[in-house]
Write a protein that binds this ligand. Structure first.
Ligand code: PLP
Length: 396
């Protein structure tokens, strides 16, 4: 008897992202051409009107997001997190600000540590516009229900958070947000869609600085939001009128990067774990903050909601700002630079870079100390990264 043929399995993420293309060309290129255009010619006014009034599909003007290269990127971004739809932006901050304007006007409740730029946007721009913003520490989640005092608010968080790598329970936060008639947005930049899919855990928005792991080579600035089509629509309006679209050339470069995302992130995870383990018992280090270490406070939660622990870790040195600066200055393989998620390893001191705009008291309240060094672990040989850290720590 002939064996029954296997049903066609659903293609995996790596397969989908490599074969994500909307346009086949007559030359047989495996990838779509880049539509480096701002506008589109119509045969007659009636056709233009059909498109502008939504009766016919078609492209009008790239700032509105209607560009085949950008739409192809967005299709790829959506498929990475099994989302209905996605929007691409000129930066991570553009993605965050458009989402907050579109869905946060009734009030925003932030939980845990946030990227310094997001914190600045909330306190220096959105609060003065009259948007109510509440900040809860990671261990104050029980105050969420009372903070959600108006229907239609937005709960906003990062997990793992910058730079403490604090882990929040996305499933629980989504339940709490929804029972308070609010939506939940998660900045998923540190994890990347390979390690964590907030929408699958109940969140309503997954936001990325695509400048980081999605781009992966420190050569482009971009952002992304993944969500349901209904939640995406108002964000697209804000993106259009704030003029936050990215260039088609950047979209093509980012689509190129997405094709290697799964393999890159797996290696980032592996290298970061090796470095975290090697630094754990170093006498110059007080604490290694990395969700993959069994004694890290968020480890068991991270193991449940993440498929990998990511490429970022923070070392807290015995000593303050000067000692941390000395180690950073002595590193030879790690580059002293802000940002993360590229193929090259980077070191930065949060109090001097990502969290420079936040007062010292607020940093201390959040446990962000002057002796911290944030490491973005790249794709070099892990043994070389460990040797570099050992030689720099040896200078103290
Ligand atoms: N979210 C996180 C967690 C970040 O680390 C950053 C930048 O460092 C951003 C958002 C902002 O991204 P961009 O610099 O692409 O605007």
């Amino acid at each position: 008897m002939q064996p029954e043929s296997e049903p066609n399995p659903e293609p995996g993420k790596a397969t989908r992202i490599i074969h994500n293309r909307r346009h086949k060309d007559s030359l047989g290129s495996p990838y779509s051409p880049v539509y480096n255009t701002t506008t589109y010619r119509f045969a007659d006014t009636a056709s233009l009107q059909n498109v502008i009034e939504g009766r016919m599909p078609g492209n009008l003007y790239t700032r509105w997001g209607s560009n085949p290269t950008i739409r192809e990127l967005e299709q790829g971004l959506a498929s990475l997190e099994d989302a209905d739809d996605a929007l691409a932006f000129a930066s991570g901050m553009a993605a965050i600000s458009a989402t907050l304007f579109a869905h946060g006007r009734n009030g925003i409740v932030c939980i845990g540590d946030l990227y310094g730029g997001t914190q600045e946007l909330l306190t220096k721009h959105l609060q003065p516009l009259g948007i109510p913003v509440t900040f809860l520490l990671q261990n104050e989640c029980e105050q969420l229900a009372s903070a959600l005092n108006v229907p239609g608010m937005l709960v906003y968080c990062e997990t793992p958070a910058n730079p403490t790598l604090g882990i929040l329970d996305i499933r629980k936060l989504a339940q709490q947000a929804h029972s308070g008639d609010a939506l939940l947005a998660v900045d998923n930049t540190f994890a990347s869609p390979v390690n964590q899919r907030p929408l699958a855990l109940g969140a309503d928005f997954s936001i990325h600085s695509a400048t980081k792991f999605l781009g992966g080579h420190s050569d482009l600035t971009a952002g992304a939001v993944m969500a349901s089509a209904d939640h995406i629509r108002p964000i697209a309006q804000w993106r259009k009128n704030l003029g936050q679209i990215l260039a088609p050339e950047t979209a093509a470069l980012l689509s190129r990067s997405l094709r290697t995302l799964p393999v890159r992130v797996r290696q980032h995870n592996e290298n970061a774990m090796a470095v975290a383990r090697a630094m754990q018992n170093h006498p110059a280090i007080k604490r290694v903050l990395y969700p993959g270490l069994p004694d890290f406070p968020g480890h068991s939660l991270a193991s449940q909601q993440m498929e990998g622990f990511g490429g970022v870790l923070t070392l807290e040195l015995n000593g303050g700002r000067e000692k941390a600066a000395k180690v950073a200055d002595s590193l030879k393989v790690f580059l002293l630079a802000t940002s993360l998620g590229g193929v090259e390893s980077l070191v930065s001191q949060p109090c001097a870079t990502s969290h420079h705009g936040i007062s010292r008291e607020e940093r201390e309240r959040r446990g962000i100390t002057d002796g911290m060094l944030r490491l973005s672990i790249g794709l070099e040989d892990a043994k070389d990264l460990i040797a570099d850290l050992n030689q720099a720590l040896g200078q103290l």
